[in-house]
Design a protein around this ligand. Structure first.
Ligand code: SF4
Ligand code: SF4
Length: 389
């Protein structure tokens, strides 16, 4: 099954994380999209869930185990034995993967279905001449070797790209801390979005990519890891991850804000408007007043004015450590592509300290702080710009 130029998305509205109901939903979606046993027969199938960090499912930073459970039940019916593989933020090691799978509630679901959880931390080089900005990436081995990738994303707000969906989820196919290097290499937000589109399209060109979006409970506010859970009330399936994101952005009211979508539309990877999509199944919901991430709230408007170059980025919202919450774990120090965070000793133990002059506003530190101790703060300029209608 090739990349779908028809821009079809199957949608089901539901408010429950019920694995049995979800199995029925995905069976129906697959039928509507022409995905059947033959799509998986004799193929290496890998599910790539969004498990960005070690957080239990109620935080809505990671996919709900029930969604994986429902999907695996469908694959059981097809006699398919997939592998589940993720490269979360931070160090890519077997012990860290094991911890994340367990806390995210994935280990038990995989045990129930006899599904293999990937612990292999090797990677391979993949290339594509279609890349506009980046023509080759290091990709974790199970994904590089896969024939079929199920891109199982969580619908969330994102401080850098405004929304995290099917395209952004595939950033987690790059091994471990190489993701931080990608942030450092493409500090301009538009370049970062172009890189994400190159990566997603490279995978779509050589494999069947099935985007499944868990948007029953998503995240609003300080996404992708520090926001609040919010009921969005749907799941969707598409063989076009770009089209899948176009629909998700429409539901959240983010139509023209998502950086990866602007890039996808410019490249003709999805239609210009969600109204041009072919929606099968239920009518997509419309969720009102979804709070965007603090960084992205102003960044989309400020971007055009300020974000070019190092001086420009100084005007963008900046990460700020709340020392009362910081526990000095050092995760942000290791996650910073610019090596601009230090741990300093204080009367209350070690605390993170950010040197803002080298900061490229990638917000990796905020994304990966396990204690939500880093906030994104707007300055006078971005606050003023964000008020411009
Ligand atoms: S800011 Fe967060 S990640 Fe950084 S040291 Fe403090 S608690 Fe750890
Ligand atoms: S301090 Fe945070 S936002 Fe700034 S470069 Fe480092 S990780 Fe990125």
């Amino acid at each position: 099954m090739a990349f779908d130029a028809l821009n079809t998305v199957a949608v089901s509205r539901t408010e429950k994380y019920d694995p049995t109901e979800l199995c029925g939903i995905f069976l129906r979606h697959f039928e509507l999209l022409g995905i059947d046993k033959s799509t998986f027969e004799g193929k290496k199938v890998v599910i790539k869930p969004n498990l960005v960090m070690k957080k239990s499912p109620e935080y809505a930073a990671t996919i709900a185990p029930a969604v994986l459970d429902g999907l695996l039940s469908v694959l059981d019916i097809f006699g398919c034995k997939p592998t589940v593989a993720e490269s979360p933020g931070g160090v890519y090691s077997a012990s860290r993967l094991e911890g994340i799978y367990k806390v995210c509630g994935i280990t038990d679901v995989c045990k129930k279905h006899g599904t293999m959880l990937n612990l292999d931390t090797t990677w391979k080089r993949m290339s594509s001449e279609s890349g506009r900005l980046v023509k080759s990436f290091n990709i974790i081995t199970p994904i590089a070797d896969a024939d079929v990738i199920i891109d199982l994303c969580k619908l969330k707000t994102h401080s850098l790209t405004v929304m995290s969906g099917a395209v952004k989820n595939l950033f987690g196919t790059i091994p471990g801390i190489e993701k931080f290097e990608a942030h450092a290499s493409y500090p301009e937000y538009s370049d970062f979005a172009a890189m994400l589109c190159d990566l997603c399209f490279m995978l779509c060109e050589s494999k069947t990519v099935i985007a499944v979006t868990d948007a029953i409970i998503g995240m609003e506010g300080s996404g992708p890891t520090a926001g609040e859970p919010r009921k969005f009330g749907f799941v969707s399936t598409s063989v076009n991850p770009f089209a899948s994101d176009l629909l998700s952005a429409k539901v959240l009211g983010f139509d023209d804000k998502v950086t990866t979508l602007s890039e996808s539309i410019n490249r003709g990877l999805c239609p210009k408007k969600a109204e041009e999509l072919v929606i099968l199944g239920d009518e997509a919901p419309s969720v009102e007043n979804v709070k965007v991430a603090e960084g992205s709230n102003s960044s989309m408007k400020a971007l055009k004015f300020f974000s070019r170059g190092k001086i420009g980025r100084m005007f963008m919202p900046k990460p700020q450590v709340n020392v009362d919450i910081c526990r000095g774990c050092g995760d942000c120090v290791h996650s910073c592509p610019q090596k601009t965070i230090d741990l300093v000793k204080t009367g209350h133990g070690s605390k993170a300290k950010i040197n803002p002059s080298n900061c490229i506003r990638c917000y990796c530190c905020q994304e990966l702080c396990p204690f939500l101790a880093i906030n994104i703060k707007r300055n006078f300029f971005t606050k003023a710009i964000s008020k411009i209608k």
